[in-house]
Write a protein that binds this ligand. Structure first.
Ligand SMILES: [Zn+2]
Length: 507
């Protein structure tokens, strides 16, 4: 009997040194699935599975031109990078394993499922994937998907672990790519999900025998998450969906050259220096419960370009977000306000306008008083060093300005966005506060005799606040001071009410 060898030729010109399958020119790994199925039918699955397992057992980590139903790496520690090149695989599963690296080049893989493993570097290039699922993965260097077609890209509980940086080996250029997750030049994308609990997940995991209950629910952590040059599936079926969903991501977020045909939603997490370069979002951009933190350099360089670089056709929505610095806060709220103004929803625009003004005031009052909430005042005054008296003076003036602004613009009418507030304050002050003061001090008289009934004091208060002044009752002593204050207050609040009311309804 003649033994034929597999005729598959590797890219470097060498031939495959494995025995060919009976009836084929190729070995069990290289035989195309359709050809193999004609020869062996259902049995091919088992043949290919065994062949792949044997190669792994023999320490082979480089696979070129293989065609597999399932490449399953489970409970293994692999010290060299595992590479698939020019290969066709229905499902690639890595489970409970410790891999130095995983690389896929020029390959067609329906599903890549990585679960509860530690993988130093994940590198996918020039490949076609239907689904990429990384669940509960620790990576040391970087995760990078480039120049590929990926329909669904999901990453849950993926964390960068800063374990071992091996001396000189890791210096230089490598240092800069540590901790990066890069998704760039991808095509046909339907959804990018970070910690997204999509319903299909459980089904997929069940199908491949992975127990999802073991998967931790941690934040996704990376130094940088870069999403760049993504071509979304233009099918109108997906147009109004959330195309990029990011929940609980901690790190620097960068969007670059993106045209998102749908919504972008970012929930929770801590976003450092969110950067948007040439980004167009066709629907809404939503932030919920996200903590933003940037630094001064970021404020000076990136922020002013934000309105030019990020354009949102739908709404910008910011709910329960926090900011470590008010400049950034003001910018984001302004961005939101503009989108709502465009739509004609003045109510919502006013909400953002108010938050914008608060952020502006925080900037004015600087570090001396970072936070003066809407009504309850909490002032934190630090100890002043007795140098730099001039700057100190400037700060005091800013502080005073801020207080003034708070008192007259915010307290009375929320920067002109709330017309009910001045009228309610007016009613409360005129009908209750002032009469009580006059009553306690007994400082209003009628023909020289102090008034008895509280209602009389109230009547006097109303007459004073409206500057009617019939002249039948007279304030005496301290009452004259209060009456003057009340007259001014009454006029001022009335003017505020009219202005705000007109702004709201007469435009
Ligand atoms: Zn072969």
């Amino acid at each position: 009997m003649v033994i034929y060898m597999c005729e598959y030729t590797f890219e470097n010109g060498e031939k495959c040194k494995t025995k060919a399958l009976a009836g084929s020119k190729y070995c069990s790994l290289h035989v195309p699935i359709d050809e193999g199925e004609l020869l062996y039918g259902e049995r091919l699955k088992e043949i290919k599975k065994r062949a792949f397992e044997r190669k792994l057992e023999r320490g082979i980590r480089y696979f070129e031109g293989v065609q597999l139903y399932e490449a399953n790496i489970s409970n293994m520690t692999i010290k060299n990078p595992l590479v698939f090149k020019n290969s066709k695989i229905k499902s690639l599963i890595v489970e409970n394993s410790d891999l130095k690296g995983l690389s896929l080049f020029n390959s067609e893989i329906e599903r890549v499922i990585l679960v509860s493993s530690s993988i130093g570097t994940i590198w996918i290039k020039n490949s076609t994937l239907y689904g990429f699922n990384a669940l509960d993965i620790e990576f040391e260097n970087s995760i990078s998907l480039k120049n590929s077609a990926v329909r669904y890209l999901m990453m849950n509980s993926v964390q960068h672990s800063e374990k071992k940086i091996k001396g000189e080996e890791e210096y230089g250029e490598k240092e800069s790519i540590h901790g990066r997750i890069e998704l760039s030049d991808l095509k046909k994308v339907r959804k990018i999900g970070i910690n997204s609990h999509y319903p299909l997940l459980k089904e997929i995991l069940d199908e491949y025998g992975v127990n999802p209950s073991k998967i931790s629910k941690r934040h996704v952590k990376a130094k940088v998450l870069l999403i760049k040059n993504i071509e979304f599936d233009p099918n109108p079926r997906f147009k109004r969906q959330v195309r990029i969903f990011i929940r609980n991501f901690n790190g620097t977020l960068q969007f670059e050259n993106l045209e998102v045909l749908g919504h972008v939603e970012i929930r929770g997490g801590r976003l450092k220096i969110p950067e948007f370069i040439h980004t167009l979002i066709h629907n809404n951009l939503v932030f919920r419960g996200t903590a933003f933190y940037g630094d001064t350099t970021w404020n000076l360089t990136v922020l002013p370009n934000l309105p030019a670089e990020l354009s949102v056709k739908g709404f910008v929505i910011l709910e329960d977000c926090s900011f470590n610095n008010p400049t950034m806060e003001e910018f984001f709220y302004r961005l939101a306000r503009i989108t709502w103004e465009k739509s004609g929803d003045k109510e919502k625009a006013d909400e953002y306008y108010y938050l914008e003004m608060l952020a502006q005031r925080k900037q004015k009052m600087g570090r001396y008083m970072t936070y003066l909430p809407k009504l309850g005042i909490s002032i934190k005054l630090p100890a002043f060093p007795f140098r730099k008296a001039k700057t100190k003076m400037k700060h005091y003036i800013h502080l005073l300005e801020g207080l003034f602004e708070w008192f007259f613009a915010d307290l009375t009418c929320k920067y002109g966005t709330d017309w009910k507030r001045p009228i309610l304050i007016w009613i409360a002050m005129v009908n209750f506060v002032f009469p009580t003061i006059f009553y306690i001090t007994r400082s209003v008289t009628s023909f020289g005799v102090p008034l008895e009934s509280f209602l009389d004091y109230e009547y006097f208060s109303v007459v004073t606040a409206t500057t009617l002044g019939y002249g039948d009752l007279h304030p005496i002593g301290i009452g004259r001071v209060f009456a003057s204050i009340e007259a001014l207050f009454g006029m001022f609040m009335w003017a505020v009410f009219l202005t705000v009311f007109a702004r709201k309804y007469m435009r």
